[in-house]
Design a binder for this molecule. Structure first.
Ligand SMILES: Cc1cc2nc3c(=O)[nH]c(=O)nc-3n(C[C@H](O)[C@H](O)[C@H](O)COP(=O)(O)OP(=O)(O)OC[C@H]3O[C@@H](n4cnc5c(N)ncnc54)[C@H](O)[C@@H]3O)c2cc1C
Length: 458
């Protein structure tokens, strides 16, 4: 079943059920039609989902809708993976520590948020960074170069596989230089894209950037965020999976496929059996698993070719003032870029967020609290005129601690042309999903799209 038919069938099921049940039977906070509201005989079918991030939970949710009992295995103490939200209702502050911004054309995540009865609010962050002609002065990219980029993107659409493979051998910065962009312009593009990709454009295949550029352009113009934080999506999906087996603090270490079933062994020694597995683990985690039969070579090579752009967000709390509502500043320190989201402005205290990438992000993932404080303080000194509050002035977040991997988005370096495609087909009873496998990678939208893609094949 292709993705379109699959989604259409799900909608038809949901519409059918809503005719049968009066409104009060639907979850009040979510309004979503679930197997909870209309129990379906499962026929004993069980799916095991590896990873309890967005792709994993949404896969579980879709499988439950299609009649499976599901077991979700998450190694962290909490679900959510690279989605986490800092919330302080007393101060009136909400700030996402992982996935946050959603752009207009990210339709899969937008419709999931709507389906879950959650609210999107406008985010004005894009006014502060965007690669548009209007902002060319600020970002120092000439209109001629923007025109060149537009032409290159257009041209790319008509290229054949051979030409694309050729482009894939060069990194994007070199290609942009070849197209006539100046060093300053390339630097400006790097500054912008690092916030989204966690890496420089010179680490990425020009083919992959051109393929993704329109998606990236729109990622650079995010319009929305989830009102009470992106973690609401996770909480809502978890509550939709009530009655299913949801395991946290359990690491999958072995996957063995037999003729009619697949078993998953957990580090705790527990063994799970199911009809199929959906594996949403990032590729590096996937290679830590012992597979029987072993993973096909093309999957192993593909996993080894994918790379990650490290990205870490941390908070410091300052006294609120009106100037903070548009705050967005690059610094030369490890805290790199500082910004204030609308939801992070309390009446007295505001959470200022830092985004660090690459090696700078590693300093935040690995450093002691004292070192991290020093890094934040030097960023604040560079920005000036911000009144750090005296009590608990920082909140540091480590995805390494919660998921076993630092915060990151997946990247496709030169030589990675076509490597995603090999994950489209299941490996016997194992189906693959995760942000890194969607058509356009690196976002919450990708995680949702990858789940739809994987489940439509089951
Ligand atoms: C700092 C940061 C900022 C971001 N900003 C944005 C943004 O503004 N907008 C946007 O759209 N996206 C953003 N993203 C990207 C977005 O958050 C991710 O693309 C998305 O959440 C990935 O979901 P996933 O389910 O594919 O992977 P994950 O969330 O990584 O889920 C995989 C899960 O597998 C678990 N796991 C790993 N190994 C095992 C094992 N052996 N057994 C069991 N479980 C295991 C992990 O603990 C994890 O929970 C950001 C990411 C980061 C890090």
């Amino acid at each position: 079943m292709n993705r379109k038919t699959f989604l259409k069938n799900l909608t038809v099921t949901a519409a059918g059920v809503s005719l049968l049940f009066p409104k009060k039977y639907f979850g009040q906070s979510t309004g979503v039609v679930t197997a909870e509201t209309k129990p379906k005989p499962t026929g004993g079918k069980r799916a095991i989902i590896l990873g309890g991030g967005l792709a994993g939970l949404y896969s579980a949710y879709l499988l439950k809708q299609t009649g499976y009992d599901v077991t979700v295995v998450e190694r962290g103490e909490n679900f959510g993976g690279r989605i986490a939200t800092y919330q302080n209702p007393e101060l009136g502050i909400v700030q996402d520590l992982g996935g946050e911004w959603i752009s207009e054309n990210q339709t899969d995540i937008k419709s999931l948020v709507k389906q879950l009865g959650l609210e999107l609010v406008n985010s004005n962050i894009a006014d502060r960074f965007s690669l548009t002609k209007a902002n060319q002065e600020y970002h120092k990219i000439s209109s001629t170069s923007i025109d060149t980029l537009d032409k290159v993107i257009d041209l790319h659409k008509s290229l054949g596989a051979n030409q694309k493979q050729g482009l894939d051998k060069i990194n994007f910065s070199s290609y942009a230089r070849y197209q006539g962009l100046s060093e300053d312009e390339i630097q400006s593009m790097n500054d912008l894209y690092r916030i989204i990709l966690g890496a420089d454009l010179n680490q990425i295949s020009s083919e992959s950037v051109l393929d993704d550029l329109s998606a990236l352009q729109s990622a650079l113009k995010p319009k929305y965020q989830v009102k009470a934080g992106a973690f609401q999506i996770i909480q809502s999906l978890v509550s939709q999976l009530k009655g299913q087996e949801l395991l946290t603090g359990e690491t999958a270490v072995k996957v063995s496929q037999q003729k009619n079933q697949v078993s998953v062994e957990l580090q705790s020694g527990r063994s799970l059996k199911g009809n199929l597995v959906v594996c949403t683990l990032p590729t590096s985690a996937l290679l830590d698993i012992k597979w029987t039969p072993t993973l096909p070579k093309d999957l192993i090579y593909s996993a080894l070719r994918m790379q990650t752009g490290k990205i870490s967000k941390n908070l410091c709390f300052v006294k609120s003032n009106a100037n903070l509502s548009n705050f967005f500043q690059n610094t030369t320190t490890a805290a790199e870029t500082l910004y204030v989201s609308d939801l992070a402005m309390g009446s007295n205290i505001t959470a200022l967020t830092s985004i660090s990438t690459g090696d700078k992000a590693s300093l935040f993932e690995k450093g002691t609290d004292r070192q991290k404080k020093n890094l934040m303080v030097s960023a604040l000194e560079e920005v000036g005129n911000l009144d750090l509050i005296a009590e608990n002035p920082f909140h540091f977040h480590s995805f390494q601690k919660s998921t076993g991997r630092p915060g990151f988005v997946s990247l496709f370096p030169p030589g990675s042309y076509g490597i995603k495609d090999v994950w489209n087909e299941p490996f016997e009873r194992v189906f693959f999903a995760g942000e890194h496998l969607a058509l356009h990678t690196g976002s919450m939208d990708s995680a949702v799209a990858s789940a739809i893609q994987a489940i439509s094949k089951t």
